[in-house]
Design a protein around this ligand. Structure first.
Ligand SMILES: *Cc1c(COP(=O)(O)O)cnc(C)c1O
Length: 401
């Protein structure tokens, strides 16, 4: 498939080649159809786009800077490193691009109640934020283990009027929170919209979430042309479900000379149950609405996962990434917990930026390869979020506190 055809996917049934689709209970088929139709209609509606653009600018703080990391570049002695500063957005990560877009759609669908799942709490915070802004009732499902790890984000959500429901099933993390949110949605879909937090789930979610994050890549493309007079050689982003990565990559897919690398969570190394790198030892399967690459044992049971960053700690990857990997258009690699923590420290001390631990995986890859690339090369790393939420973890590992 040529790169322009890749960029035009998914097809009308939500497939990216062999991946994606709609694996949902019967009761959700009609609401998902209604959502698809509404999404198609707002895509070409200038009033909707103006409202979205205005809020992205004045409420969220777009556009975000494309920042030249000069000290880091000089220290590594190779490719020029730019950071796309999504960490400077309102609520501290890229996630609000999607939460805002979806709440506007929910409003148009006449929904009055929003539900969401959250892992590290960043998507929950972004959802609670837009619900407060639009006066919507908000319920966020969160694994009990994550609630403990991310107590600050739980408080942020509650302070904005959201109800956070702890989930006690299974591993008590993100996967179980998604199950509970799905269960809620099946029962309440009449008045409720489910804002999925990554480029995952049934069609049309992976497409819609991607499209709301494409603003990252669109801005970066314009900004690098202004600063360097040409497109970059390399794009780097961390990949949990894959929303910040696809947001950066998608507007560049047709530019064949631009290499792209997605960085998954290598955890303690590629040992079963100790990582969340789906392309390292994963297999094709169906999880939570979509057909994609995931971590499962030989019986098809979903495996336990591990990462120091809760936002990358999920057994499945977004279906479009499975497709792009299969096509060879995007390369995927991983960084371990240890490499991510070292990168966190390096960026903090050379640039004065504390990245999220998720983001630190992308930074780790950039640090690993920059020195071996020519000085004339240009690399853009998506700085998907800020590290305030991770200060306690980082201090424990890096300062022994
Ligand atoms: C949630 C999160 C991620 C991972 O999610 P994607 O959908 O893969 O982008 C990455 N970085 C930050 C800062 C996050 O909050």
């Amino acid at each position: 498939m040529n790169t322009e055809e890749m960029q035009a996917l998914p097809d009308s049934t939500g497939h990216y080649g062999d991946f994606g689709g709609m694996f949902v209970p019967e009761t959700l088929m009609a609401p998902l159809q209604e959502l698809s139709e509404m999404y198609e209609s707002v895509k070409s509606d200038p009033t909707f786009q103006e409202e979205l653009d205005g809020l992205l600018k004045d409420f969220c703080g777009r556009e975000t800077p494309l920042y030249y990391a000069e000290r880091l570049t000089e220290k590594l002695g190779g490719a020029k490193i730019y950071l796309k500063r999504e960490d400077l957005l309102h609520t501290g990560a890229h996630k609000i691009n999607n939460a805002l877009g979806q709440v506007l759609i929910a409003k148009r669908l006449g929904k009055t109640r929003i539900i969401a799942e959250t892992g590290a709490g960043q998507h929950g915070v972004a959802t609670a934020t837009v619900c407060a802004r639009f006066g919507m009732e908000c319920v966020v499902y969160m694994g009990a283990v994550d609630m403990e790890r991310q107590a600050l984000n739980v408080a942020r959500m509650e302070l904005m009027g959201a109800e956070v429901r702890g989930v006690e099933a299974g591993q008590r993390t993100l996967k179980e929170a998604v199950n509970e949110a799905m269960r809620d949605w099946v029962a309440t879909v009449e008045n409720t919209h489910y804002i999925i937090g990554s480029a995952l789930g049934s069609h049309p979610f992976p497409m819609m979430v991607r499209d709301f994050h494409r603003v990252i890549g669109r801005e970066a493309r314009q900004q690098i042309l202004e600063k360097e007079g040409r497109l970059p050689d390399l794009l780097v982003a961390c990949v949990g479900g894959g929303s910040n990565a696809i947001g950066l990559f998608h507007p560049f897919l047709d530019a064949e000379d631009v290499r792209m690398v997605g960085v998954e969570a290598g955890g303690d190394g590629i040992i079963p149950e100790r990582h969340a790198a789906r392309f390292q030892g994963g297999k094709l399967g169906v999880l939570q609405g979509t057909k994609t690459w995931l971590l499962a044992n030989d019986d098809g049971q979903i495996e336990l996962t591990h990462s120091v960053s809760a936002g990358l700690d999920y057994a499945a990857i977004g279906p479009e990434h499975a497709f792009l990997q299969n096509e060879g258009r995007v390369e995927y690699t991983y960084a371990t917990d240890e490499e991510a923590l070292a990168a966190f420290k390096e960026l903090a001390q050379t640039e004065g930026i504390l990245p999220a631990l998720e983001t630190s995986h992308a930074i780790a890859y950039g640090i690993k390869v920059a020195g071996s690339l020519p000085k004339s090369d240009v690399m853009i790393i998506n700085c998907s979020g800020r590290g305030d939420k991770d200060v306690e973890t980082a201090a424990k590992y890096l300062l022994g506190k």
